[in-house]
Design a binder for this molecule. Structure first.
Ligand SMILES: *Cc1c(COP(=O)(O)O)cnc(C)c1O
Length: 453
């Protein structure tokens, strides 16, 4: 564990007067948590309402799956109902009146979204879903020539990103063998060494048209130094497209300052906007002088959009010119509910709590591993190289690890045998959730049928 983080946690332990490895410490941390009140702003699932819990009680579960689907802000339903009511009361007049005026609804979250993405509001557009936006951006930013046509991506990228990239290559007539360079970790490590990315860029950069990188890796939780990597890529003349799905609302993003060319993300993970919620994209200011490759009426200048002109007039100097279709107010409504909570939390407080919460989880897991639980942490130990999520591998996990955890009220992610992804979210999770998780994990027999040998 990183020394500075351990010292910080130990400092809190001496302040509370309880040992770090104790329930009393967790309770004391919750009592002084400045963001504790925010849990009430969410519908936090109870044991009785989850499909796989053994005990159907009123007790709260341990929800550690915010990296997959963030919890529902309580005001999401009232916001959605306000949209429905405006529609009900006014019909088409809802386009310009009532709550989240339908014709402009996607403009409402722009300022808040820009703050979370670290960019100017005109560089953000709220539209579609992540994969659709990835394709739209590649239509604009992947323009291969006979000298420069390759795409650089991590081999273990999120499947949808990989499918999108491979299909774009095919669209331009390139095979995967010709056109794709895949980054891998060294040996059997899942972590990609940034030096290796720099090396590939220095050696093959002149052939690479587009670099597709996650800002935070979805599976390992590794956070990349995007500013440095973008600089190297630009020196080689490559464009950089980032996937920020696992960063937005989780770790600090500085998309503008890092100088990336464009980025995409979804809103249903750390942004708590509901499954299939509206996605977003970033396009750096310097690219906003040029028309997008494909046009639709929603990207037309608001002043003339409803004049139904024959020629497209883009929203000037704004990523909004990339919009194609009428935006959905019922999807923007829950996003507003969540972004308002982010505003109340303030980034500094949220990140401070995140560091300690995930650090506490890491510490308890380390304790368990030193007392015999065979556990390997895949996520980097450096708190600056990760966000809320920890990905760990239990080498002697029983095959039914996931259902054993679910029965006991833990909601987390098990994708490969014995590999779990656990995410305490600073907006709605507590130090007691982390403590309870560790107790539950410790109570699971690991000597039964051994999987993944
Ligand atoms: C969650 C996630 C997606 C999902 O894409 P959708 O189009 O929103 O379904 C894609 N890529 C990454 C890296 C993700 O984390």
């Amino acid at each position: 564990m990183e020394e500075k983080l351990l010292a910080e946690l130990s400092g809190h332990a001496s302040r509370t007067g309880y040992p770090l490895n104790s329930e009393a410490f967790a309770r004391a941390m919750d009592e002084t948590d400045e963001l504790r009140y925010l849990r009430e702003e969410f519908r936090y699932p109870k044991m009785k309402d989850l499909p796989c819990t053994a005990e159907k009680s009123d007790e709260e579960c341990v929800y550690f799956c915010g990296h997959s689907l963030g919890l529902m802000p309580r005001s999401a339903s009232s916001n959605i109902n306000r949209v429905l009511e405006s529609w009900a009361q006014m019909g088409v007049e809802h386009h310009a009146h009532g709550y989240l005026k339908a014709a402009y609804c996607e403009l409402s979250p722009k300022n808040q979204m820009a703050r979370l993405a670290g960019c100017h509001p005109e560089e953000v557009v709220i539209m579609n879903g992540l994969t659709v936006n990835l394709h739209l951006l590649m239509l604009n930013f992947y323009r291969p020539s006979s000298e420069r046509y390759k795409i650089l991506i991590e081999g273990a990228a999120f499947p949808s990103d990989m499918y999108a990239v491979k299909s774009q290559l095919a669209l331009h007539g390139y095979s995967v063998e010709e056109g794709l360079i895949q980054l891998e970790g060294r040996g059997d490590s899942d972590i990609i060494d940034e030096e290796d990315i720099v090396e590939v860029l220095r050696c093959e950069g002149s052939r690479i048209a587009l670099v597709v990188l996650p800002t935070t890796q979805y599976y390992t939780g590794q956070v990349f130094d995007i500013g440095m990597l973008t600089e190297v890529a630009h020196q080689q003349g490559c464009l950089v497209l980032c996937d920020a799905a696992h960063s937005i609302g989780n770790v600090t993003l500085k998309l503008h300052e890092w100088d990336v060319d464009c980025a995409v993300w979804c809103s249903y993970k750390y942004l708590n906007s509901g499954a299939g919620g509206a996605g977003a994209a970033f396009i750096h200011r310097r690219h906003l002088k040029k028309l997008p490759a494909v046009h639709g009426w929603w990207g037309n200048d608001t002043a003339t959009k409803f004049l139904m002109k024959r020629d497209f007039e883009p929203v000037p100097n704004s990523a909004d010119m990339y919009k194609l279709s009428n935006a959905p107010p019922v999807l923007i409504a829950p996003m507003m509910a969540s972004l308002d909570i982010f505003d109340r939390a303030c980034e500094g407080k949220r990140l401070r709590k995140q560091r300690l919460l995930t650090g506490f989880l890491e510490y308890l897991l380390l304790k368990m591993s030193s007392s015999g639980l065979p556990l390997i942490q895949i996520t980097p130990r450096d708190p600056n190289r990760r966000g809320s999520m920890l990905c760990v591998k239990l080498s002697s996990a029983p095959e039914n690890l996931h259902s054993l955890l679910q029965e006991r009220g833990v909601v987390c992610d098990v994708r490969q045998p014995g590999v779990i992804r656990i995410t305490p979210c600073p907006l709605y999770n507590s130090f007691m959730d982390v403590w309870r998780f560790a107790q539950i994990l410790g109570s699971i027999p690991t000597d039964s049928r051994i999987a993944n040998e």
